[in-house]
Design a protein around this ligand. Sequence first.
Ligand code: HPA
Length: 259
Amino acid sequence: MNTTGDGPATRGNDGMLAIIGGSGLAGLTDLSDTRRRVVRTPYGDPSCALTFGRIGSTDIAFLARHGYGHTLAPHEINYRANIWALREVGVERIIAVATVGGIREDLGPGELIIPDQIIDYTHGRPATYFEGTDAAVVHADFTEPYDAGLRGLLLEAATRAGESVHDGGCYGCTQGPRLETAAEIRRMARDGCDLVGMTGMPEALLARELGLQYACIAVVANHAAGLGSSREQISMEGIRAVLDTAIGRVHGLLSAVCC
Ligand code: HPA
């Protein structure tokens, strides 16, 4: 059995940091000296051209997961092309920003979480680089789906920025694009999920397969279906209002990471 170290993961790079922006984060306000580059991959086109720039002294590559016009639904995103393109331009670390619904009681709208586990409920998404009859079978270790060092960097930056974040939580990734039923959320809670989103997988796994460090800032946009203020339905206006404020805090956290 091979491990990821024998796969396509190994390639020298300069350690650039990538930020993948989700809903509400189609750009980075603090990015200076920006330029864009279209990157093509063997897996097709990424969600958008990459934007390069600097925050403080850190070189950044930014990718808008849903495209700059937010036109790609979670199941339509070419995750393999996105992660491949980032690796191709020399990225070594990825901070993914993702909006989620809160399942755990203390994870209400506006809370920020640095998750430490994943349960994958998606289906039918191209989810690995390791396939095809001419390649040896590879089983990536995914016991800890997020990179411990990068999680630590985010937690430490949050402390420095005076930003309150939750250390750990299990991200349940659903297929979307519809939101969940109340019964599905009750089942996810029984499974041990603390938050629910639609884009965490296969993104995290593909980063692991290419040997890239990957961690996530999850932004709670709403109570998950059937819970709290979403007991009867999930309000899109409510989500927009929460994200307007919360995304500003994410910018602050990212700046603290980069200084
Ligand atoms: N479910 C799934 N994904 C989400 C949610 C949700 O309630 N809120 C934001 N992204």
